[in-house]
Write a protein of this length. Structure first.
Length: 133
């Protein structure tokens, strides 16, 4: 039929997996710069939001990269792991007022939801919270 539909939370949008991963990593870098700029302006809420969006893009890249490494070209394992992370974050009642504590809390929950091995690899892919650019 030529029409690609995607019920998964992560769709490649017609991109190759490598292009998708590169795009998500670039988007993550851009959002982390925004987070740091907001932080320097004293807008902690905007900084935490941008940092979360950066981490979310990193998660998308990580999950696709992980799927490709194990031959899961249909991204089926990405869907279940994405759901685990989403459920963990949905259950979060509140965040600390401090940027680093809030961002670290989110990251910890994301990594924990993925399980020890996956979580450690994901956390290794995350961008530095204290550096701009």
């Amino acid at each position: 039929t030529g029409v690609q539909t995607c019920a998964l939370p992560i769709c490649l949008g017609g991109l190759s997996s490598d292009a998708f991963i590169a795009q998500r990593r670039e988007l993550a870098r851009e959002r982390m710069v925004d987070a740091q700029l907001s932080r320097m302006k004293g807008d902690t809420r905007a900084a935490v939001t941008a940092a979360y969006e950066a981490d979310y893009r990193t998660l998308e890249a990580y999950l696709v990269e992980s799927c490709m490494a194990c031959g899961d070209t249909a991204l089926m394992s990405a869907a279940s792991r994405f759901d685990l992370v989403s459920a963990a974050l949905t259950g979060l009642p509140s965040l600390p007022d401090d940027f680093l504590k809030a961002a670290t809390t989110i990251r910890h929950l994301m990594g924990q939801a993925l399980g020890e091995a996956d979580g450690n690899r994901f956390e290794g892919a995350l961008l530095d919270l204290q550096r701009v650019g």
